[in-house]
Design a protein around this ligand. Structure first.
Ligand code: ZN
Length: 139
Protein backbone atom coordinates (compact mmCIF):
# COMPACT_ATOMS: atom_id res chain seq x y z
CA UNK A 1 0.00 0.00 0.00
CA UNK A 2 1.18 3.50 -0.84
CA UNK A 3 0.56 6.58 1.28
CA UNK A 4 0.85 10.26 0.48
CA UNK A 5 0.55 13.29 2.76
CA UNK A 6 0.32 16.96 1.89
CA UNK A 7 -0.67 20.15 3.68
CA UNK A 8 -2.40 23.14 2.09
CA UNK A 9 -2.13 26.63 3.61
CA UNK A 10 -4.76 29.32 3.70
CA UNK A 11 -4.78 32.90 4.94
CA UNK A 12 -8.16 34.35 4.07
CA UNK A 13 -8.86 38.08 3.84
CA UNK A 14 -12.23 37.68 5.55
CA UNK A 15 -13.28 36.07 8.79
CA UNK A 16 -15.67 33.74 6.92
CA UNK A 17 -14.82 32.40 3.46
CA UNK A 18 -15.43 29.34 1.29
CA UNK A 19 -12.68 28.21 -1.07
CA UNK A 20 -13.00 25.52 -3.73
CA UNK A 21 -9.98 23.23 -3.16
CA UNK A 22 -10.97 20.46 -5.60
CA UNK A 23 -8.10 21.29 -7.97
CA UNK A 24 -5.59 21.24 -5.06
CA UNK A 25 -6.79 17.78 -4.03
CA UNK A 26 -6.66 16.51 -7.63
CA UNK A 27 -3.09 17.80 -7.85
CA UNK A 28 -2.14 15.94 -4.65
CA UNK A 29 -3.75 12.79 -6.06
CA UNK A 30 -1.65 13.13 -9.25
CA UNK A 31 1.49 13.59 -7.13
CA UNK A 32 0.65 10.49 -5.07
CA UNK A 33 0.44 8.28 -8.18
CA UNK A 34 -2.25 6.26 -6.36
CA UNK A 35 -4.94 4.85 -8.68
CA UNK A 36 -7.26 2.97 -6.29
CA UNK A 37 -7.86 3.94 -2.67
CA UNK A 38 -9.20 6.63 -0.38
CA UNK A 39 -8.46 10.33 -0.02
CA UNK A 40 -9.04 12.06 3.31
CA UNK A 41 -9.14 15.86 3.42
CA UNK A 42 -9.52 17.56 6.81
CA UNK A 43 -9.24 21.00 8.35
CA UNK A 44 -6.43 21.07 10.92
CA UNK A 45 -8.16 23.76 12.99
CA UNK A 46 -11.26 23.70 15.18
CA UNK A 47 -12.67 26.86 13.58
CA UNK A 48 -12.54 25.67 9.94
CA UNK A 49 -14.25 22.96 7.89
CA UNK A 50 -13.79 20.81 4.83
CA UNK A 51 -17.04 19.86 3.11
CA UNK A 52 -18.42 18.70 -0.22
CA UNK A 53 -21.20 20.43 -2.08
CA UNK A 54 -22.01 22.40 -5.24
CA UNK A 55 -19.86 25.29 -6.46
CA UNK A 56 -22.86 27.60 -6.82
CA UNK A 57 -22.67 31.22 -5.64
CA UNK A 58 -26.30 31.36 -4.44
CA UNK A 59 -25.81 28.29 -2.28
CA UNK A 60 -22.69 29.81 -0.73
CA UNK A 61 -24.61 33.00 0.15
CA UNK A 62 -27.27 30.77 1.71
CA UNK A 63 -24.59 29.09 3.83
CA UNK A 64 -23.32 32.48 5.09
CA UNK A 65 -26.86 33.57 5.95
CA UNK A 66 -27.85 30.27 7.56
CA UNK A 67 -24.66 29.94 9.63
CA UNK A 68 -24.84 33.57 10.78
CA UNK A 69 -28.44 32.98 11.88
CA UNK A 70 -27.49 29.80 13.77
CA UNK A 71 -24.37 31.29 15.38
CA UNK A 72 -24.11 35.08 14.93
CA UNK A 73 -20.60 36.46 15.40
CA UNK A 74 -21.96 39.45 17.35
CA UNK A 75 -22.48 40.05 20.19
CA UNK A 76 -19.27 38.21 21.02
CA UNK A 77 -20.08 38.28 24.76
CA UNK A 78 -23.02 35.96 24.02
CA UNK A 79 -20.63 32.99 23.97
CA UNK A 80 -19.26 31.34 27.10
CA UNK A 81 -16.21 30.32 25.08
CA UNK A 82 -15.32 33.98 24.55
CA UNK A 83 -14.84 34.44 28.31
CA UNK A 84 -11.40 32.92 27.64
CA UNK A 85 -10.56 36.20 25.89
CA UNK A 86 -11.23 34.85 22.40
CA UNK A 87 -13.90 36.16 20.02
CA UNK A 88 -14.43 33.02 17.94
CA UNK A 89 -17.16 31.18 19.85
CA UNK A 90 -19.36 31.36 16.74
CA UNK A 91 -16.58 29.93 14.54
CA UNK A 92 -16.33 26.75 16.65
CA UNK A 93 -20.10 26.19 16.26
CA UNK A 94 -20.04 26.92 12.51
CA UNK A 95 -17.19 24.45 12.07
CA UNK A 96 -19.14 21.78 13.96
CA UNK A 97 -22.14 21.92 11.66
CA UNK A 98 -20.12 22.16 8.42
CA UNK A 99 -17.89 19.23 9.43
CA UNK A 100 -14.24 18.51 9.95
CA UNK A 101 -13.36 16.31 6.96
CA UNK A 102 -14.38 14.48 3.82
CA UNK A 103 -13.32 11.12 2.40
CA UNK A 104 -13.47 10.60 -1.36
CA UNK A 105 -13.00 7.26 -3.14
CA UNK A 106 -10.24 7.09 -5.73
CA UNK A 107 -11.08 5.07 -8.82
CA UNK A 108 -8.88 4.87 -11.91
CA UNK A 109 -6.64 7.64 -10.56
CA UNK A 110 -9.54 10.12 -10.23
CA UNK A 111 -11.66 11.43 -7.36
CA UNK A 112 -14.85 9.39 -7.68
CA UNK A 113 -17.41 12.21 -7.22
CA UNK A 114 -21.17 12.22 -7.55
CA UNK A 115 -22.78 14.84 -9.81
CA UNK A 116 -21.71 18.44 -9.06
CA UNK A 117 -19.63 17.45 -6.05
CA UNK A 118 -16.72 19.79 -5.27
CA UNK A 119 -14.50 20.02 -2.18
CA UNK A 120 -14.47 23.25 -0.16
CA UNK A 121 -12.42 24.72 2.63
CA UNK A 122 -14.76 26.61 4.96
CA UNK A 123 -13.09 29.30 7.05
CA UNK A 124 -14.93 30.75 10.06
CA UNK A 125 -12.14 32.57 11.89
CA UNK A 126 -9.70 33.60 9.17
CA UNK A 127 -7.13 36.34 8.60
CA UNK A 128 -4.31 34.12 9.88
CA UNK A 129 -2.48 31.13 8.42
CA UNK A 130 -4.35 27.84 8.70
CA UNK A 131 -3.84 24.35 7.30
CA UNK A 132 -5.68 21.53 5.57
CA UNK A 133 -4.35 17.96 5.58
CA UNK A 134 -4.63 15.64 2.57
CA UNK A 135 -3.90 11.98 3.24
CA UNK A 136 -4.17 9.45 0.43
CA UNK A 137 -3.85 5.69 0.85
CA UNK A 138 -4.12 2.93 -1.73
CA UNK A 139 -2.34 1.25 -4.60
ZN1 ZN B 1 -11.78 29.57 20.27
Amino acid sequence: MKTYRKELYFNTKNRVEFINITRNVEKALEESNIKEGLCLVNAMHITASVFINDDEAGLHKDYYKWLEKLAPHEPVNNYNHNRTGEDNGDAHLKRQIMGREVVVAITGGKLDFGPWEQIFYGEFDGRRQKRVLIKIIGE
